[in-house]
Design a protein around this ligand. Structure first.
Ligand code: FAD
Length: 488
């Protein structure tokens, strides 16, 4: 049995590996000149490493970690301490540092210094914000799943004043490239519940090297060793269907390719361009038309000196960038010399059309406000990365439009971070989870095998079940007291 996989990003390569392990013959075609899709990197003309964008890994990426383990590359993720830094104008950061207390005490203890040091909103608003976030930690998964029809701001403002979660805004923008006033509450609450579940999960891992270097080559070697074929610069330009099945795929507008089964690992925007018109008579494919792009840009800036000693993710409000890291501190064995900031610029809808120079000038002005030592520093060079940017905009209600991996065409399967999964609205864990799910379904449909590749993240619940029980008991007690009062 031969599978043609369209797209060589993380989901496409992981699907290829899964199918080869099942004994399926694999041919993978990628439109770009490099593999890895959005999780890729390359060298520029000076030999400097350019990441497609700053990518962080979270401990809740249990399926990605298992996949990396399977490939023997788990050590290529460099885990940092359980802390997040907020850089405020003037160079003094507010740090959220998690210590080994049971949940939710660990979060409360990490939040207290923020109350003192984070000056972007008044303290009373911060307090409301903290209480609002602690509600999220108490939610069950089903409560969170039920919150896909409102925005994160609407959810927060149900009980707290407007702007009380300003400290969350850079993280919301950095993760989803969408402001709180537009992003689905479910998406952010899901993330908060997983990341802030315990001290062990409230940290990030960085690629120990170029983002693509840490995983793409190993996956490619594995595929080739198992007899799989991979071709670059081969764009799918049309998919032809006949009698409810994919009949062939056209590559680069000319060549026809045929296989027993086809896997689309290309994004929803590319997919809807290559499907035949008749596909859109199915609600399943009509759903692809609901996806809109949340664009981002990536900026790398090399300085001639060190501007900070922060070794983890940095957040800043009210800037063109929101989430960034000084890779000279994160990976000192690779980036020697001065600070090298890798910065996510999002939401980028309003800056996409600006020339690189204008974008850089805005960013450098803001960097100098935040890091006074940058005022005397010399910028050795900068790069604005525009290719392979963006995710789909996870607006309220979008969850129901994410397609399942099994399509109405009996030999076509879909994967990619945007396809249906409960793990997140996108990101590398979703890309791997969906690649696993896709292979599980193909094994069942085409090989008559039941296999389980995915596993569930189990958050450490700490004291939360007891607190829930206590709150429940207090409510029942209050109810009885009220009844007794009413009877009198
Ligand atoms: C700026 C930025 C920052 C991010 N940060 C993080 C992060 O910190 N943590 C995290 O977990 N995730 C992050 N992500 C998301 C992460 O990169 C993606 O979730 C993941 O790489 C998606 O993999 P994929 O295989 O689903 O899609 P892609 O990587 O998009 O792969 C799709 C592939 O299909 C190819 N293709 C497209 N059209 C065709 C065609 N017609 N024919 C053949 N091939 C085609 C593309 O070239 C591409 O290689 C970030 C993304 C961006 C853009």
């Amino acid at each position: 049995m031969k599978a043609l996989i369209m797209g060589g990003g993380m989901s496409g390569l992981a699907t290829a590996i899964n199918l080869l392990d099942l004994g399926v013959e694999v041919e993978l075609i990628e439109a770009d000149e490099i593999l890895g899709g959005r999780a890729s990197s390359w060298k520029d003309e000076d030999g400097d490493m350019i990441d497609n964008a700053l990518h962080v890994f979270f401990p809740y990426y249990v399926n990605l970690l298992r996949f990396f383990d399977r490939m023997g590359i788990a050590d290529n993720i460099l885990w940092k301490k359980s802390e997040f830094a907020y850089m405020l104008p003037g160079g003094k950061p507010a740090v959220m540092r998690f210590t080994d207390l049971p949940a939710p005490l660990h979060a409360a203890a990490a939040f207290l210094p923020m109350l003192k040091d984070y000056k972007a909103i008044p303290r009373w608003k911060m307090l409301f914000g903290g209480l609002t976030l602690s509600r999220a930690l108490m939610y069950s998964q089903s409560t969170i799943d039920g919150l896909d029809d409102i925005t994160f701001s609407q959810w927060a403002e149900r009980l707290a004043p407007r702007g009380c979660l300003k400290q969350m805004e850079p993280g919301v923008n950095g993760l989803t490239f969408t402001p709180s006033s537009m992003i689905s509450a479910k998406v952010m609450l899901n993330w908060i519940r997983k990341v802030f579940a315990s001290t062990g999960t409230a940290k990030v891992g960085f690629a120990n090297g170029g983002l693509g270097d840490i995983w793409v080559g190993t996956c490619l070697d594995y595929i080739k060793k198992k007899g799989g074929k991979v071709e670059l610069k081969k764009a799918v330009t049309a998919i032809a269907v006949k009698n409810g099945k994919v009949d062939s795929v056209t590559v680069n507008g000319r060549q026809k390719r045929r296989a027993d089964l086809y896997v689309s690992a290309i994004g929803p925007f590319a997919m809807r361009k290559v499907l035949p018109e008749e596909a859109f008579t199915y609600t399943y494919f009509q759903d692809l038309l609901h996806f809109t792009m949340a664009p981002s840009l990536s900026l790398q800036v090399w300085f001639d000196r060190s501007l900070t000693d922060i070794e983890t993710t940095i957040f800043s409000n009210d800037c063109i960038f929101n989430t960034y890291a000084d890779l000279a501190n994160v990976l000192p064995h690779i980036f020697k010399g001065g600070t090298m900031f890798e910065m996510v610029l999002s939401p980028a809808d309003h800056i996409l059309g600006l020339p690189d120079e204008v974008i850089f000038n805005t960013a450098i002005g803001q960097i100098r406000e935040l890091f006074p030592s940058a005022r005397d520093a010399h910028v050795r060079k900068y790069k604005v990365v525009r290719e392979r940017q963006g995710v789909y905009r996870a607006l309220p209600g979008m969850e129901r439009h994410r397609p399942y991996q099994r399509s109405p065409y009996t030999n076509l399967y879909l994967t990619g971070d945007y396809t249906k999964t409960h793990v997140s609205s996108g990101g590398m864990e979703a890309a791997i989870w969906n690649a696993n799910r896709c292979a599980e379904i193909i094994a069942q449909d085409k090989l008559g095998k039941q296999i389980t590749l995915n596993t569930e993240f189990q958050p450490d619940t700490g004291l939360i079940p007891y607190i829930r029980l206590g709150l429940g008991a207090a409510l029942v007690w209050a109810g009885f007291r009220l009844l007794r009062c009413l009877r009198r």
